[in-house]
Design a protein around this ligand. Structure first.
Ligand code: CO
Length: 171
């Protein structure tokens, strides 16, 4: 089911999310997140953006593979994700967020990460990521902590965005 996306300005996006337990209806949550991210043409969506303060998100790189057939599409649902290790080398990449429409800025993040999460069958998975996967994983993980990508851009750039952000909050 496609669900409404919570937009910047809502206090929900600033809250810490709670762990998912086995008794939660997490399969439905995963389905709703996939339906919603596909409908909106995004590449990732975290549960708090759907108004659910649970530690879960989806990555769906299929919009990239449509542009470039050599890119394999990667679709995954992550439950109770953790970042266990980060590379010391950082890289910069332009990010956007379905909750902050119309704003795209370069963000510096570790290039590679090692992660641990539960998959859709609630099996523990350990994985190393780089490239676009690592990028999206870190962006979505931040949502579970109430952190947004605009928190990570330089203060001057953020000042320049203030008006646009104000417009989003008050639209
Ligand atoms: Co986002």
């Amino acid at each position: 089911m496609v669900v409404p996306i919570i937009i910047y300005g809502s206090p929900i996006l600033r809250k810490q999310s709670y762990s998912v337990s086995k008794s939660d209806n997490f399969q439905q949550l995963g389905q709703d997140l996939f339906d919603t991210v596909k409908k909106s043409g995004g590449i990732g969506l975290a549960a708090p953006q759907a108004g659910i303060l649970k530690r879960a998100f989806v990555i769906d790189t299929s919009p990239f593979s449509e542009d470039d057939q050599t890119v394999q599409s990667y679709e995954r649902f992550f439950i109770n994700p953790e970042i266990v290790c980060k590379s010391t080398t950082n890289c910069s990449f332009e990010e956007g967020c379905l909750s902050i429409p119309g704003i795209y800025e370069k963000v510096l993040r570790p290039e590679k990460i090692a992660v641990r999460y539960f998959d859709v069958n609630f099996e523990l998975v350990e994985e190393e990521m780089d490239g676009i996967k690592a990028r999206i994983f870190q962006h979505e993980f931040d949502h579970l902590e109430g952190i947004l990508f605009i928190d990570k851009i330089n203060p001057l750039k953020r000042k320049l965005l203030a008006r646009k952000l104000y417009q989003i909050v008050n639209s």
